[in-house]
Design a binder for this molecule. Structure first.
Ligand SMILES: N[C@@H](CCC(=O)N[C@@H](CS)C(=O)NCC(=O)O)C(=O)O
Length: 247
């Protein structure tokens, strides 16, 4: 391994392999922005624990969806770091240039309100991710683990909470996120002309939605009170750091 090489553990899509998952996108955008030398090690869901166990401390019970999660990175010195936020903090210290502001009121808001968006949105993404995105090796794990968290099968989530029900339920938080993104008229970023980590945090969600399909993307933008374009503009603006998605 080259001495400056970082390893990014990410979850592959079905072939052709590409990054799709929301949380690893936060780290990938950051590594791309910092211009760091890294390679991707793709892990399907059942491989995550066996590969990371022993290298990184498991998350404290109840703090994460699982004891070992993606993204995790391996630094050139062999240290492993899990959790996109912890990775962002470490990378900012190790690689201050180019500068990137991590904390912001908007990031705080998004982190605090994320559940309000993602819980109702599960009616859409829980059934569609295995159908459209996952590699075969991850499919059974997805259905089992998501049913455990939801307390019912993915099929029941789709029946009870899917389609228009889900989009109606995400509308209030999407409108609030839209208003926040519009707040600085200098746009396209939350902070105006200057990109910050909050933009990567939000773009990761948008990239995930767009990757599920243009149909889902269009419906999400339609939940933004007529201002969905600000999210499309944000995705366009982060393109220099989202183009690398396959290696
Ligand atoms: N807060 C964590 C969340 C990480 C997370 O939940 N990752 C998912 C994939 S997007 C995962 O690794 N799941 C493993 C599992 O379900 O077993 C972060 O931002 O890193």
């Amino acid at each position: 391994m080259a001495s400056d090489e970082i390893v990014l553990f990410d979850i592959p899509s079905k072939a052709p392999v590409e990054s799709w998952s929301l949380n690893p996108w936060k780290t990938r955008l950051l590594l791309n922005y910092k211009g760091l030398h890294y390679r991707t090690e793709w892990l399907n869901y059942p491989q995550v624990k066996p590969r990371l166990e022993g290298h990184v401390a498991p998350h404290a019970p109840g703090t994460h969806i699982a004891p070992y999660t993606i993204p995790t990175i391996r630094l050139p010195d062999g240290t492993y770091i899990a959790d996109s936020r912890a990775i962002a903090d470490t990378i900012s210290v190790l690689h201050p240039s180019p500068p990137l502001q991590i904390d912001s009121p908007q990031l705080e808001w998004l982190m605090a309100n994320y559940g309000r968006l993602m819980t109702p949105f599960r009616g859409v993404y829980l059934p569609l991710v295995p159908r459209r995105l996952l590699a075969d090796e991850s499919v059974a794990y997805w259905y089992e683990s998501k049913a455990r968290v939801a307390g019912k099968s993915v099929a029941d989530v789709e029946r009870d909470e899917g389609g228009d029900v889900a989009f109606a339920a995400v509308e209030p938080s999407m409108k609030e996120a839209t208003a926040m993104l519009k707040e600085n008229p200098a746009g396209p970023f939350f902070g105006g002309e200057q990109v910050g980590y909050v933009d990567f945090f939000w773009a990761a969600f948008l990239l995930f939605v767009r990757r599920i399909g243009e149909d889902v993307w269009e419906k999400l933008l339609a939940c933004c009170g007529g201002d969905g374009r600000v999210h499309a503009e944000l995705l366009e603006a982060v393109k220099p750091w989202s183009e690398r998605s396959t290696y």
